[in-house]
Design a protein around this ligand. Sequence first.
Ligand code: AMP
Length: 249
Amino acid sequence: MKILVPVKRVVDKDIKVRVKNDGSGIDLANVKMSMNPFDEIAVEEAVRLKEKGKASEVIAVSCGVAQCQETLRTAMALGADRGILVETDAELQPLAVAKLLKALVDREQPQLIILGKQAIDDDANQTGQMLAALADLPQGAFAGKVELEDGHVTVVREVDSGLETVCLSLPAVITADLRLNEPRYVTLPNIMKAKKKPIDTIKPDALGVDVAPRLKTLKVTEPPQRGAGIKVPDMATLVDKLRNEAKVI
Ligand code: AMP
């Protein structure tokens, strides 16, 4: 049984992003890039299922520029068996990625597709849901626990009101939430092993997908600077300021 894990190359989570002077986007020059943190959790889950003998192969896929190969190498150092790079310099929006993944699902026929719940750059939280719709597969988004059994998977979902447990027939789409697991560290021997694992490179055209963006970014701005705090002498002043200055009560 194959598991497909889409992994996105994003600005590293510990980097403070800078908006370009012309407000057209984020400055990516000389910025450290890493695997989207939720995708590390997705890879870890897939590798654990393989280690438990419940899956036979873990395939990592990344869509984007040639450097996404590095993200695939990280996935393989975490334990994925092989990688697929869908290479393009075009700006990829979630719908385009979902269409590319749908084409790969048709090609590879995985029983499970585990994505991250959200990419930390666009914060879209759309790709997994769109893929499930396009491929007409059941979905368990925001998974906090996954149990794979014959022909179905039980997913405990982290929803606003608590935890929801759903049982999905396979093949199915899952998106990984923060508490699903704690990904292992990448070790040097595994980085070396990952260098020998195969990566197939495909262009979107070969998958028959038009990746042209559907949305246009009009402007990107920094969040407003937070003003300095003040000390108030007593509760009455606090309530007065909240009511009459901040106008929040
Ligand atoms: P998003 O819908 O953009 O928040 O992304 C949700 C998830 O979709 C990510 O955590 C990845 O698992 C997957 N994904 C999004 N974009 C890409 C990409 N360019 N390449 C591979 N996987 C992606």
